[in-house]
Design a protein around this ligand. Sequence first.
Ligand code: GLU
Length: 284
Amino acid sequence: MSQPILRFAPSPNGYLHLGHALSAFLTWEAAEKLGGTAHLRIEDIDLNRCKPEFTQAIFEDLAWLGLCWPQPVLIQSERLELYADAANVLRDQALIYPCFCTRAESAEHATETDPDGAPIYPGTCRHLSNAERIERLERGDAVQFRLDTEATRDRVGMLTYTVVGPTVLDRPQVRYARPERWGDVVLQRKDTPTSYHLSVVVDDAAEGVTHVTRGRDLEAATDIHVLLQAILGLKSPIYHFHRLLKDETGAKLSKSRNSKSLRDLRAEGLTPNDVRRLIGLPER
Ligand code: GLU
Protein backbone atom coordinates (compact mmCIF):
# COMPACT_ATOMS: atom_id res chain seq x y z
CA MET A 1 0.00 0.00 0.00
CA SER A 2 1.27 3.46 -0.84
CA GLN A 3 2.08 5.93 1.92
CA PRO A 4 -1.26 7.21 3.34
CA ILE A 5 -2.04 10.80 2.40
CA LEU A 6 -4.89 12.71 4.00
CA ARG A 7 -6.02 16.27 3.59
CA PHE A 8 -7.82 19.08 5.35
CA ALA A 9 -9.40 21.36 2.75
CA PRO A 10 -11.03 24.47 4.20
CA SER A 11 -12.50 27.30 2.14
CA PRO A 12 -11.13 30.74 3.08
CA ASN A 13 -14.48 32.50 3.10
CA GLY A 14 -14.35 33.31 6.80
CA TYR A 15 -12.31 32.52 9.90
CA LEU A 16 -11.98 28.93 11.08
CA HIS A 17 -14.30 27.92 13.93
CA LEU A 18 -14.54 24.98 16.31
CA GLY A 19 -16.04 22.72 13.62
CA HIS A 20 -12.91 23.23 11.53
CA ALA A 21 -10.70 22.56 14.54
CA LEU A 22 -12.47 19.22 15.05
CA SER A 23 -12.09 18.28 11.38
CA ALA A 24 -8.43 19.32 11.35
CA PHE A 25 -7.50 17.51 14.57
CA LEU A 26 -9.29 14.35 13.40
CA THR A 27 -7.52 14.47 10.04
CA TRP A 28 -4.07 14.88 11.59
CA GLU A 29 -4.79 12.16 14.16
CA ALA A 30 -6.02 9.81 11.45
CA ALA A 31 -2.81 10.46 9.50
CA GLU A 32 -0.81 9.68 12.62
CA LYS A 33 -2.70 6.42 13.23
CA LEU A 34 -2.18 5.35 9.63
CA GLY A 35 1.49 6.36 9.60
CA GLY A 36 0.80 8.88 6.85
CA THR A 37 0.83 12.60 6.19
CA ALA A 38 -1.89 15.26 6.39
CA HIS A 39 -1.87 17.90 3.67
CA LEU A 40 -3.52 21.28 3.78
CA ARG A 41 -5.42 22.45 0.71
CA ILE A 42 -7.05 25.83 0.20
CA GLU A 43 -10.41 25.50 -1.57
CA ASP A 44 -10.87 29.06 -2.79
CA ILE A 45 -12.69 28.69 -6.10
CA ASP A 46 -15.46 31.01 -4.95
CA LEU A 47 -13.62 34.17 -5.89
CA ASN A 48 -16.40 36.43 -4.61
CA ARG A 49 -16.37 35.07 -1.08
CA CYS A 50 -12.80 33.86 -0.54
CA LYS A 51 -10.17 36.37 0.61
CA PRO A 52 -6.37 36.14 0.94
CA GLU A 53 -6.60 37.38 4.53
CA PHE A 54 -8.72 34.34 5.43
CA THR A 55 -6.16 32.05 3.76
CA GLN A 56 -3.43 33.67 5.85
CA ALA A 57 -5.59 33.23 8.95
CA ILE A 58 -6.00 29.51 8.16
CA PHE A 59 -2.20 29.09 8.17
CA GLU A 60 -1.90 30.97 11.47
CA ASP A 61 -4.80 29.27 13.23
CA LEU A 62 -3.71 25.76 12.28
CA ALA A 63 -0.13 26.50 13.33
CA TRP A 64 -1.49 27.80 16.64
CA LEU A 65 -3.31 24.48 17.10
CA GLY A 66 0.09 22.81 16.73
CA LEU A 67 -0.46 21.30 13.28
CA CYS A 68 2.04 21.30 10.44
CA TRP A 69 1.79 20.27 6.81
CA PRO A 70 4.05 19.80 3.80
CA GLN A 71 4.72 22.62 1.35
CA PRO A 72 3.70 23.72 -1.18
CA VAL A 73 0.07 24.04 -0.19
CA LEU A 74 -2.24 23.44 -3.10
CA ILE A 75 -4.35 26.52 -3.80
CA GLN A 76 -7.38 25.82 -5.98
CA SER A 77 -7.69 29.29 -7.51
CA GLU A 78 -4.27 28.68 -9.14
CA ARG A 79 -5.49 25.49 -10.79
CA LEU A 80 -8.58 26.56 -12.73
CA GLU A 81 -7.13 25.37 -16.05
CA LEU A 82 -6.75 21.84 -14.74
CA TYR A 83 -10.38 21.71 -13.69
CA ALA A 84 -11.42 23.06 -17.09
CA ASP A 85 -9.36 20.25 -18.70
CA ALA A 86 -11.23 17.66 -16.63
CA ALA A 87 -14.55 19.22 -17.65
CA ASN A 88 -13.44 18.97 -21.27
CA VAL A 89 -12.89 15.23 -20.90
CA LEU A 90 -16.58 14.98 -19.98
CA ARG A 91 -17.57 17.44 -22.70
CA ASP A 92 -15.85 15.27 -25.32
CA GLN A 93 -18.06 12.38 -24.19
CA ALA A 94 -21.20 14.57 -24.27
CA LEU A 95 -21.67 14.06 -20.54
CA ILE A 96 -21.98 17.75 -19.64
CA TYR A 97 -24.35 20.23 -21.20
CA PRO A 98 -24.85 24.00 -21.09
CA CYS A 99 -27.64 25.20 -18.82
CA PHE A 100 -29.04 28.71 -19.10
CA CYS A 101 -31.60 28.49 -16.29
CA THR A 102 -31.51 30.87 -13.37
CA ARG A 103 -31.68 29.46 -9.86
CA ALA A 104 -35.29 30.65 -9.58
CA GLU A 105 -36.28 28.99 -12.87
CA SER A 106 -34.74 25.68 -11.82
CA ALA A 107 -36.44 25.81 -8.43
CA GLU A 108 -39.80 26.72 -9.95
CA HIS A 109 -39.96 23.55 -12.04
CA ALA A 110 -38.32 21.20 -9.57
CA THR A 111 -40.42 18.38 -8.16
CA GLU A 112 -37.86 16.68 -5.93
CA THR A 113 -35.15 17.68 -3.48
CA ASP A 114 -31.58 16.43 -3.15
CA PRO A 115 -30.00 15.03 0.05
CA ASP A 116 -29.21 18.61 1.17
CA GLY A 117 -32.84 19.61 0.74
CA ALA A 118 -32.21 21.77 -2.34
CA PRO A 119 -34.43 21.47 -5.43
CA ILE A 120 -33.18 18.90 -7.95
CA TYR A 121 -32.62 20.49 -11.34
CA PRO A 122 -35.56 19.43 -13.54
CA GLY A 123 -33.35 18.87 -16.60
CA THR A 124 -34.86 21.64 -18.74
CA CYS A 125 -31.68 22.45 -20.71
CA ARG A 126 -30.75 18.78 -21.13
CA HIS A 127 -33.39 18.73 -23.87
CA LEU A 128 -32.20 21.76 -25.85
CA SER A 129 -31.20 21.07 -29.43
CA ASN A 130 -27.64 21.64 -30.55
CA ALA A 131 -28.80 24.56 -32.67
CA GLU A 132 -30.46 26.20 -29.64
CA ARG A 133 -27.36 25.66 -27.54
CA ILE A 134 -25.11 27.23 -30.15
CA GLU A 135 -27.44 30.15 -30.65
CA ARG A 136 -27.64 30.94 -26.94
CA LEU A 137 -23.90 30.50 -26.41
CA GLU A 138 -23.16 32.80 -29.35
CA ARG A 139 -25.64 35.33 -27.98
CA GLY A 140 -23.57 35.38 -24.80
CA ASP A 141 -26.34 34.18 -22.43
CA ALA A 142 -25.07 33.43 -18.92
CA VAL A 143 -24.20 29.74 -18.89
CA GLN A 144 -23.24 27.03 -16.45
CA PHE A 145 -22.44 23.44 -17.33
CA ARG A 146 -24.17 20.49 -15.73
CA LEU A 147 -23.26 16.84 -15.51
CA ASP A 148 -25.72 14.51 -17.21
CA THR A 149 -25.75 12.34 -14.12
CA GLU A 150 -27.92 9.48 -15.46
CA ALA A 151 -25.94 9.18 -18.68
CA THR A 152 -22.66 9.20 -16.74
CA ARG A 153 -24.04 6.64 -14.31
CA ASP A 154 -25.04 4.40 -17.22
CA ARG A 155 -21.58 4.74 -18.70
CA VAL A 156 -19.71 3.67 -15.54
CA GLY A 157 -22.08 0.93 -14.35
CA MET A 158 -22.20 -0.26 -10.75
CA LEU A 159 -20.61 2.22 -8.42
CA THR A 160 -19.24 1.42 -4.99
CA TYR A 161 -16.78 3.02 -2.61
CA THR A 162 -15.07 2.15 0.64
CA VAL A 163 -15.89 3.70 3.99
CA VAL A 164 -14.10 3.21 7.31
CA GLY A 165 -15.44 4.13 10.73
CA PRO A 166 -15.90 4.86 13.58
CA THR A 167 -12.09 5.23 13.39
CA VAL A 168 -9.84 5.14 10.33
CA LEU A 169 -8.40 1.86 11.56
CA ASP A 170 -11.73 0.06 11.51
CA ARG A 171 -12.71 -2.57 8.99
CA PRO A 172 -13.47 -1.14 5.55
CA GLN A 173 -17.05 -1.41 4.35
CA VAL A 174 -18.18 -1.25 0.76
CA ARG A 175 -21.07 1.05 0.03
CA TYR A 176 -23.16 1.69 -3.08
CA ALA A 177 -23.10 5.24 -4.43
CA ARG A 178 -26.38 6.75 -5.59
CA PRO A 179 -25.39 9.88 -7.53
CA GLU A 180 -28.79 10.02 -9.23
CA ARG A 181 -30.28 11.41 -6.00
CA TRP A 182 -28.46 14.69 -6.77
CA GLY A 183 -29.77 15.12 -10.31
CA ASP A 184 -27.66 17.02 -12.84
CA VAL A 185 -25.24 18.93 -10.62
CA VAL A 186 -23.36 22.01 -11.83
CA LEU A 187 -19.72 21.22 -12.70
CA GLN A 188 -18.77 24.60 -14.17
CA ARG A 189 -20.44 27.60 -12.62
CA LYS A 190 -21.44 30.83 -14.26
CA ASP A 191 -18.62 32.72 -12.53
CA THR A 192 -15.84 30.11 -12.61
CA PRO A 193 -14.89 27.18 -14.88
CA THR A 194 -15.27 24.69 -12.03
CA SER A 195 -17.31 23.73 -8.97
CA TYR A 196 -16.68 22.20 -5.57
CA HIS A 197 -17.41 18.68 -6.88
CA LEU A 198 -15.09 18.88 -9.86
CA SER A 199 -12.14 20.53 -8.09
CA VAL A 200 -12.23 18.28 -5.06
CA VAL A 201 -12.09 15.17 -7.23
CA VAL A 202 -9.30 16.47 -9.46
CA ASP A 203 -7.23 17.58 -6.46
CA ASP A 204 -7.71 14.51 -4.30
CA ALA A 205 -6.31 12.53 -7.23
CA ALA A 206 -3.54 15.05 -7.98
CA GLU A 207 -2.34 14.94 -4.37
CA GLY A 208 -2.56 11.15 -4.21
CA VAL A 209 -5.01 11.33 -1.32
CA THR A 210 -5.63 7.81 -0.01
CA HIS A 211 -8.09 8.68 2.79
CA VAL A 212 -10.62 11.51 2.74
CA THR A 213 -11.73 12.53 6.25
CA ARG A 214 -14.67 14.88 6.17
CA GLY A 215 -17.75 15.76 8.19
CA ARG A 216 -21.01 13.83 7.83
CA ASP A 217 -22.51 16.87 6.12
CA LEU A 218 -20.47 15.91 3.02
CA GLU A 219 -21.24 12.19 3.20
CA ALA A 220 -24.00 12.20 0.57
CA ALA A 221 -21.98 14.41 -1.83
CA THR A 222 -19.43 11.60 -1.98
CA ASP A 223 -21.82 9.85 -4.41
CA ILE A 224 -21.07 12.52 -7.01
CA HIS A 225 -17.35 12.43 -6.28
CA VAL A 226 -17.18 8.68 -6.79
CA LEU A 227 -19.08 9.01 -10.07
CA LEU A 228 -16.65 11.67 -11.32
CA GLN A 229 -13.65 9.60 -10.26
CA ALA A 230 -15.01 6.61 -12.19
CA ILE A 231 -15.69 8.52 -15.40
CA LEU A 232 -12.38 10.43 -15.24
CA GLY A 233 -10.42 7.24 -14.56
CA LEU A 234 -9.23 8.40 -11.14
CA LYS A 235 -8.70 6.10 -8.17
CA SER A 236 -11.26 6.57 -5.37
CA PRO A 237 -9.80 7.19 -1.93
CA ILE A 238 -11.15 5.51 1.21
CA TYR A 239 -13.71 7.72 2.97
CA HIS A 240 -14.14 8.42 6.66
CA PHE A 241 -17.01 10.61 7.86
CA HIS A 242 -16.69 12.23 11.24
CA ARG A 243 -19.19 13.71 13.69
CA LEU A 244 -20.26 17.33 13.42
CA LEU A 245 -20.39 19.93 16.14
CA LYS A 246 -23.78 21.41 16.88
CA ASP A 247 -24.54 24.78 18.46
CA GLU A 248 -27.00 25.26 21.36
CA THR A 249 -29.94 25.14 18.93
CA GLY A 250 -28.81 21.82 17.45
CA ALA A 251 -27.77 23.44 14.15
CA LYS A 252 -24.43 22.63 12.53
CA LEU A 253 -21.76 25.18 13.45
CA SER A 254 -21.02 27.38 10.50
CA LYS A 255 -19.43 30.66 9.65
CA SER A 256 -22.74 32.05 8.47
CA ARG A 257 -24.25 31.52 11.91
CA ASN A 258 -21.52 33.61 13.48
CA SER A 259 -20.13 30.87 15.65
CA LYS A 260 -17.05 32.03 17.51
CA SER A 261 -13.86 31.84 15.48
CA LEU A 262 -10.67 30.18 16.70
CA ARG A 263 -9.05 33.62 16.72
CA ASP A 264 -11.78 34.99 19.00
CA LEU A 265 -11.15 32.10 21.38
CA ARG A 266 -7.40 32.64 21.20
CA ALA A 267 -7.87 36.37 21.93
CA GLU A 268 -9.95 35.40 24.96
CA GLY A 269 -6.90 33.51 26.25
CA LEU A 270 -7.91 29.93 25.43
CA THR A 271 -5.16 27.42 24.66
CA PRO A 272 -5.22 24.69 21.98
CA ASN A 273 -5.95 22.19 24.76
CA ASP A 274 -8.96 24.29 25.83
CA VAL A 275 -10.15 24.06 22.22
CA ARG A 276 -9.72 20.28 22.29
CA ARG A 277 -11.75 20.03 25.48
CA LEU A 278 -14.51 22.21 24.01
CA ILE A 279 -14.89 19.88 21.04
CA GLY A 280 -14.77 16.68 23.05
CA LEU A 281 -11.20 15.59 22.32
CA PRO A 282 -8.74 14.48 25.03
CA GLU A 283 -5.96 16.93 25.95
CA ARG A 284 -2.57 16.40 24.42
N1 GLU B 1 -13.81 22.80 1.19
C1 GLU B 1 -14.87 22.05 1.80
C2 GLU B 1 -15.42 22.82 2.98
O1 GLU B 1 -14.77 23.71 3.49
C3 GLU B 1 -14.46 20.67 2.29
C4 GLU B 1 -13.92 19.81 1.23
C5 GLU B 1 -14.01 18.32 1.45
O2 GLU B 1 -13.73 17.80 2.55
O3 GLU B 1 -14.32 17.65 0.50
O4 GLU B 1 -16.52 22.52 3.40
